[in-house]
Every structure is written in structure tokens, then in C-alpha cells.
Design a protein around this ligand. Structure first.
Ligand code: ADP
Ligand code: MG
Length: 256
């Protein structure tokens, strides 16, 4: 098992057991994200993407296998502030301002937000929300809330960044703009990133590696390397080579 600063899942099995029902959510799940790389995980709804991510975050137990996040067991990595997380619904606390949502992970780690004034300001600027520091989530658009969520996931300067459909609620144009921004932020922070998405184009645009899962049971069926040079620009979305690669991955995704 690799002890580097990447994300490693080895032969992970996870079955959800309910009253008289069993779901084999992950079967022999293997995933390797090299330190500093950007990996996108795609697959049909219910194939186990979120389960894999929750296992990697230590939020979910697994039956067998091995998981190492930046060389540590997942719960330890999360508790130590090694990981940052951004979820689909942004999950902001509605009664806290933008800056106090961004600083929340610091409080969880018992760090003094006052000492991070400058970092909080910088991150809010990075995600394009300067001037909204004191605003409440209810006063923001869906896209702005998701950007707060991204800023919050970065405040502890995580070595490993997990994102589960962070732009799920956005329209395509906004989403593509966010993809360009996310790439820039990720390149600046040099973190190891794992993005769960159902958008093939988003996966190909952002990732060094696109990992495809199938369901019942959830497992990885293919990993494709994405060769386009960085920083990737918006124009890539209309590049014929880009489309050809998306098509190829779509065929794997749909089991053709
Ligand atoms: N807490 C849970 N209890 C029981 N079954 C679950 C639970 N969470 C997910 N599942 C099931 O596990 C499978 C994988 O779910 P999930 O990881 O959420 O997939 P995805 O994120 O790819 O849509 C699905 O069949 C889902 O219904
Ligand atoms: Mg999911």
C-alpha cells in the first residue's frame, strides 16, 4: 500500500445491510490518485461514487480492504485537517455569514479563526466573492453558495481535496466557468483532488485521470489518462479531440 500523499483504496468492499436487504455498494474497489494529481470519478447514479468518497473521508465504515489518505487511515486524515470537502448541496450554515462559513473548519480543528484573517480574505477573493463577506447564504445564488463551499474546503490548506458533485446545481455556462476557476485554484494549492461528477465533459476538462465506475456491484471498470496541457481554457470545450475523448469515455460508461 502506498504511503505517499495521494488517495489510495485497495480491494475495498462495502455492503449496506438493512432489514432484510443488502446492497453491495463497493466490490473490490481500487483507486489510486497520485500526489498532486486531479482525478475525476464518474459512473451511473447509485454506482457507489459517494460511498467511495465517504469511505475515503472516514465517514463510512467498510467491510474489508485498505484505505490510505496522505499516508493515514481516513478518519485520522480527516480529523487532522489533511482533507477538505465540498458537497453538492454546499451545506452552508444559514445563520453564519460567508466568512464565518469559510472559517468553520478551523473551529472544528480548534484553531483560532482570528489568526487566519488573511487566508479567509484571500480565499473569498479567489472564489470571486469579495464584498460578500458578511452576506448570509440565503442572500446568495446557488452558484455563489457553491463557491463558498469550495472556499471553505480549502481554508485548512488540505493536502487532499474531495468534491462530490460540487457544481451539480449549476447551469452549464456557470458550471464551465467554475471548472476553469477550480482548475486555477487547484493548480495554486497543489493538492491531490478527487472529484465525483456525472458530467463527462466536466471530468475530461478538469482531470488528469478519469476513472469510470459501473454499478451492481460498484467497482472501477476503466481509467483514462487525459493528455490536454494546462492550464486548460474554455475553448477546450469546443475542441474536436476533446469531444472524441468524451465520446470514448461515454461508451465505456454505458458499457458498450
Ligand atoms: N446509507 C445507506 N444505506 C443503504 N444503502 C445505501 C446507503 N447509501 C447508499 N446506499 C446504496 O448504495 C449504492 C451506492 O450509493 P451511492 O454511493 O450514493 O452512489 P452514487 O454516489 O454513485 O450515486 C446505491 O444502491 C444506494 O442506494
Ligand atoms: Mg452520489
Amino acid at each position: 500500500m502506498l504511503q505517499d500523499h495521494g488517495i489510495h483504496l485497495r480491494a475495498v468492499h462495502k455492503t449496506y445491510r438493512g432489514r432484510g436487504s443488502e446492497v453491495e455498494a463497493l466490490k473490490d474497489m481500487n483507486l489510486d490518485c497520485a500526489p498532486g494529481s486531479f482525478t475525476a470519478l464518474i459512473g451511473p447514479s447509485g454506482c457507489g461514487k459517494s460511498t467511495a468518497m465517504r469511505v475515503a473521508l472516514g465517514l463510512e465504515d467498510y467491510d474489508s480492504g485498505e484505505v490510505r489518505i496522505a499516508g493515514k487511515p481516513p478518519a485520522e486524515a480527516t480529523a487532522g485537517g489533511v482533507t477538505g470537502v465540498a458537497f453538492q448541496d454546499a451545506a452552508l450554515l444559514p445563520w453564519r455569514s460567508v466568512e464565518r462559513n469559510v472559517s468553520l473548519p478551523l473551529e472544528v480543528l480548534k484553531r483560532d479563526p482570528e489568526k487566519y484573517r488573511h487566508e479567509i480574505e484571500k480565499l473569498i477573493q479567489l472564489v470571486g466573492l469579495r464584498g460578500y463577506e458578511k452576506a448570509l447564504p440565503g442572500q446568495l445564488s446557488g452558484g455563489m453558495r457553491q463557491r463558498v463551499s469550495i472556499a471553505r474546503s480549502l481554508i485548512t490548506e488540505p493536502e487532499v481535496l474531495f468534491m462530490d458533485e460540487p457544481f451539480g446545481a449549476l447551469d452549464q455556462i456557470r458550471r464551465r466557468k467554475m471548472n476553469v476557476e477550480l482548475q486555477r485554484i487547484w493548480m495554486e494549492t497543489e493538492s491531490t483532488a478527487l472529484l465525483v461528477t456525472h458530467g463527462i465533459d466536466e471530468a475530461v476538462f478538469l482531470a488528469d485521470n478519469v476513472v469510470v465506475m459501473h454499478s451492481n456491484p460498484g467497482r472501477v471498470v476503466e481509467a483514462a489518462e487525459i493528455p490536454f496541457a494546462r492550464p486548460r481554457k474554455m475553448e477546450l470545450y469546443s475542441d474536436p479531440d476533446f469531444h472524441a475523448l468524451c465520446e470514448k469515455i461515454a461508451r465505456v460508461l454505458h458499457g458498450e
